[in-house]
Design a protein around this ligand. Structure first.
Ligand SMILES: *Cc1c(COP(=O)(O)O)cnc(C)c1O
Length: 369
């Protein structure tokens, strides 16, 4: 079976992990945490980095640090991971969704303004599958309506939009270092911001809101969302290779593009937008309506041919858990719904070989030609 994702861990990972063990620093108190925070925030051109346990909680910290709560509305794409909507809901705020662009699969920027109400407080921008959202019109809306931007840049580590790093556009931004991201710490995430107060708040929230002068006297509730020194050691080693990894991902994408050129029945990822060329977080494909079955069936058939796959996101407005809570009833977003039914992604992790890609393409062509 060709796995859908396999990370590359053959740089300084072992050396730095050994340092943790040799020195005994394995908790969040160890020196790699700050090194990773400083290195990563510098790379994304932000003043502060707050390392956390994963990308999901990075979003929770971001929403909580902004003080979003009861009655506040946050606009986000329906085509995303549940972590985005759950961070908003857990803060007591209301997720308001927009459909996707059929070519880039990113949030439809034109649909944002009609959803703005007097209760709208923020836009949660999520860059999907390696191509950045068109930020200029969103920044203009945020300025006009005094909205905060939360940027989920988990799928665009190392990507830029018009020459500026993704993750540097939000008032606060969130990253994940899960093993399928461009760099990994196993589990892990980071909150980035230029705002001193938001950074201080994020650090408190990450660490149970222990605050001076007396450590065990609390004025607010936080979480233990700390990243360990072991995870951060991996992060420092991975960050050293980010440029190489981006180049490698672009090459993986270019090889699939070449192998699938002329295949009419599949929509391939967009190679570029006005602001960037794709860094193929995953290599997604969308089946044409002429194919008489859905992605679920296609993935089953590919598994029988030895090819691992994963489905696309399933839209937030179609989630049973939200319908049960009275959200999104009767709402429809046809582009995202179609992506959820007909889209899935192919093996495209950093460790994949060209031979494996050729094997994958032969199986895909067997199904779709
Ligand atoms: C991976 C991902 C997350 C969640 O990260 P975890 O570390 O798995 O919790 C959040 N948002 C997006 C867009 C992601 O791709």
């Amino acid at each position: 079976m060709i796995p859908v994702n396999e990370p590359l861990l053959d740089g300084n990972e072992k050396k730095y992990l050994n340092e943790c063990i040799d020195t005994g620093w394995i908790s969040s108190e160890g020196p790699f945490v700050k090194r990773f925070e400083d290195g990563f925030s510098a790379r994304v051109d932000r003043k502060h980095g707050i390392a956390v346990a994963n990308g999901t909680v990075a979003l929770e910290v971001a929403v909580a640090a902004l003080g979003l709560g009861k009655g506040d509305e946050v606009i986000l794409p329906t085509f995303t991971i549940i972590s985005c909507a759950s961070a908003i809901l857990r803060a007591g705020a209301v997720p308001v969704v927009v459909d996707s662009d059929p070519v880039t699969w990113n949030m439809s920027v034109e649909q944002i303004e009609p959803k703005i109400t007097p209760r709208t407080k923020a836009i949660m921008v999520v860059h999907i599958y390696g191509l950045p959202v068109d930020m200029d019109p969103i920044l203009a809306l945020a300025a006009r309506y005094h909205l905060t931007i939360i940027e989920d840049a988990a799928e665009v580590i190392g990507q830029t939009y018009k020459g500026k790093p993704c993750g540097s556009f939000g008032d606060i931004s969130a990253f994940s270092f899960y093993p399928n991201k461009h760099i990994t710490t196993g589990e892990g995430g980071m909150v980035l911001t230029n705002d001193d107060a938001l950074a201080a708040k994020s650090r408190e929230l990450r660490n149970l809101c222990f605050t001076p002068p007396r450590r065990f006297i609390h004025k607010e509730l936080g979480w233990n969302f700390r990243m360990t020194n072991l995870q951060a050691a991996l992060g420092v080693a991975q960050l050293e290779r980010l440029d190489e990894f981006i180049a490698r991902k672009r090459r993986i994408g270019a090889i699939y593009n070449e192998l699938f050129s002329g295949l009419q029945s599949l929509q391939l990822p967009a190679k570029e937008t006005n602001g960037a060329s794709n860094i193929y977080w995953v290599y997604g494909i969308v089946m044409d309506d002429s194919i008489p079955y859905d992605a679920f069936e296609a993935m089953k058939r590919l598994a029988e041919l030895g090819v691992g796959t994963r489905p696309f996101f399933y839209p937030m407005h179609s989630q049973p858990v939200f319908h049960d809570a009275g959200l999104f009833r009767g709402e429809h977003y046809p582009v995202a719904e179609r992506l959820g039914e007909r889209g899935f992604y192919l093996p495209s992790g950093l460790a994949i070989t060209e031979e494996q890609q050729i094997t994958v393409s032969q199986a895909v062509k067997q199904l779709f030609t």
